[in-house]
Write a protein that binds this ligand. Structure first.
Ligand code: HEM
Length: 515
């Protein structure tokens, strides 16, 4: 009798669920017919059209952006519909809305690690946690972070000097990533780190493993599915890394609390101190909150920075006249002093370098895709889009749209001359830090950090292409017939942030002999 009742209950649940799924598909399919996009295959949707290898995916999504004239197009991955936007007006509507703040689906791989931290949370929790961050990016806090940037930058330059001695091409991307990880770990916890010298702490190893898992899951059709992911070795890797990370952060919290109670205040205030003194609903943060926010700070604070620096090194290496102008600006600010620290007053004078970075991020935005899930139906191009659709904003496609950038494959930093005064649609033509309520909370500090590290690099070295005589190397990947200009041009890949599969191959020439 009991078994019969159980069977009836299960059958009812299955029917109800089945009807809901059917209704959802039917409803979405009706709406989606009004938005253009590649024809989906039964069951799998469009996964084959987007390529099964991670390196094919960026090219395919970019090519579809052009095919649909940079207006929204839809795609289907198994049962999940996506809409891909790349038109500034459509993106402005999405990002400016205060009701479209939800991040689901694509962000779910980050959740085991970042939990409900600022990047991945939504709703009331996001609003409360956003306030916690305010003191972390006040001027005095940024000045402290920049001292760490400079100290680590000196070690970075030393490593580069060793590379430059062989005068052979090498991959700058890897070294840059180690440098930014050292910076963010010290700024987060107050403890110096040494990835640059290949002596990673347990915290570093855990972060590296967690980044690997997230990157692997982002574009693996199999590992995207939670049940299948649990069967893969990556699940164990994630489990071990999370245990190590939590243990390490808990130890650091305990040590820091002891130091603070003994009034041992350091000159630089790490992000950890902000979290330890923060109040949420009148109470101190729980360890879990601290772990999640510290992880968020570390994750968001190193990977995009590494990407932006690597690609700026690339564009400078291929545009010697522009590099010369950027170097001239450094000389005007620092004279012959190649070792001086770039404080905020000096960073504010690096106007041309900022334009170079912004032009680089037009073509190679560090965060190439961002997504939102609508909790109520919305209007895109006059079409009503049902709630719970994943809307992806393809920031990387925006820079290649001739409607907004003439000769998009020409590297011209002056385009951004008036960017700070832009408003309306102009302000949404290139949004590497996103825009609206959920824009990057650390944009100012991020830009200072990029300028400070690139300033050191420019003052010490002339950045040369991998071999002499290479062309500018900006390729329009939105075009099906795009052929890279040389084998040293970056092969783009989206591993949450933008990476080059074949590295950023350059050579360096010392400007002044080491003292
Ligand atoms: C070149 C460097 C950087 C770029 C291009 C960048 C870009 C972005 C973008 C596009 C978003 C929006 C993500 C989304 O909507 O899913 C974002 C969010 C965020 N960024 Fe950055 N970022 C950079 C550096 C940093 C740094 C250095 C930190 C902190 C130390 C940071 C902290 C954050 C946080 C906490 C969020 C989440 C904000 C929220 O959801 O309210 N970012 N960033």
């Amino acid at each position: 009798m009991f078994l019969l009742a159980l069977a009836i209950l299960l059958a009812t649940i299955l029917v109800v669920k089945g009807v809901r799924i059917f209704n959802y598909i039917d409803h979405m399919a009706g709406i989606m017919e009004m938005i253009p996009g590649p024809t989906p295959y039964p069951f799998v949707g469009n996964i084959f059209q987007f390529g099964l290898k991670p390196a094919e995916y960026p090219k395919k999504i970019l090519q579809y952006c052009r095919k649909y004239d940079f207006h929204g197009y839809r795609s289907l991955v198994f049962l999940q519909y996506h809409i891909m936007l790349s038109d500034p007006a459509e993106i402005q509507n999405m990002l400016s809305s205060s009701s479209l703040l939800y991040k689901e689906h694509l962000y779910s791989f980050l959740r085991p690690w970042l939990g409900d931290g600022l990047l991945t949370s939504s709703g009331a929790r996001w609003l409360k946690h956003q306030k916690i961050y305010a003191p972390a990016f006040e001027r005095s806090a940024i000045e402290g972070y920049l001292r760490v940037v400079h100290r680590t930058g000196e070690r970075f330059v030393e490593k580069l000097r060793q590379q430059s001695e062989s005068s052979k091409p090498f991959d700058a991307q890897e070294l840059v990533a180690k440098c930014t990880l050292d910076i963010v770990c010290e700024n987060a916890t107050g403890r110096a780190s040494n990835s640059l010298n290949d002596e990673p702490s347990d915290l570093h190893s855990a972060i590296k493993d967690l980044c690997d898992v997230v990157q692997e899951r982002t574009f693996s059709i199999v590992k995207r599915c939670d049940a299948l992911f649990r069967l893969s070795p990556y699940y164990l890797k994630q489990h071990r890394a999370l245990q190590m990370l939590r243990r390490e952060i808990k130890q650091t919290i305990a040590q820091r609390k002891l130091e603070l109670s003994a009034n041992k205040v350091s000159q630089n205030k790490p992000f950890m101190d902000v979290l330890l003194s923060a109040k949420l609903d009148g109470s101190a943060l729980k360890d879990r909150d601290i772990i999640e926010e510290l992880s968020t700070f570390i994750f968001t604070g190193h990977d995009p920075v590494a990407s932006a620096i690597s690609f700026t090194i690339y564009t400078l290496s291929r545009h010697p006249e522009i590099q010369q102008q950027a170097f001239d600006e450094q000389q005007r600010i620092f004279g012959q002093d190649i070792f001086a620290e770039a404080d905020i007053a000096r960073l504010e004078q690096m106007h041309y370098l900022e334009l170079v970075i912004r032009e680089t991020m037009r073509l190679y935005p560090a965060v190439p895709l961002i997504a939102r899930t609508n909790r109520k139906s919305i209007d895109i191009n006059g079409t009503k889009v049902a709630k719970r659709t994943t809307v992806i904003m393809c920031l990387i496609a925006m820079g290649y749209n001739e409607r907004y950038f003439d000769e998009p494959c020409v590297f011209r930093p002056e385009r951004f001359e008036k960017a700070n005064t832009n408003s309306g649609i102009e302000a949404f033509k290139s949004v590497p830090f996103s825009a609206g309520p959920r824009r990057c909370i650390a944009e100012k500090f991020a830009m200072y950090q990029l300028q400070a590290l690139l300033s050191l690099l420019l003052r010490h070295f002339e950045i040369l292409p991998a071999v002499d005589g290479l062309p500018p190397g900006i390729n329009d990947h939105t075009r099906v017939d795009c052929v890279p200009q040389s084998e040293y041009d970056p092969v783009l890949n989206i591993r949450v942030t933008l990476k080059s599969e074949n590295g950023i191959q350059i050579r360096l020439k010392q400007r002044v002999a080491a003292q």
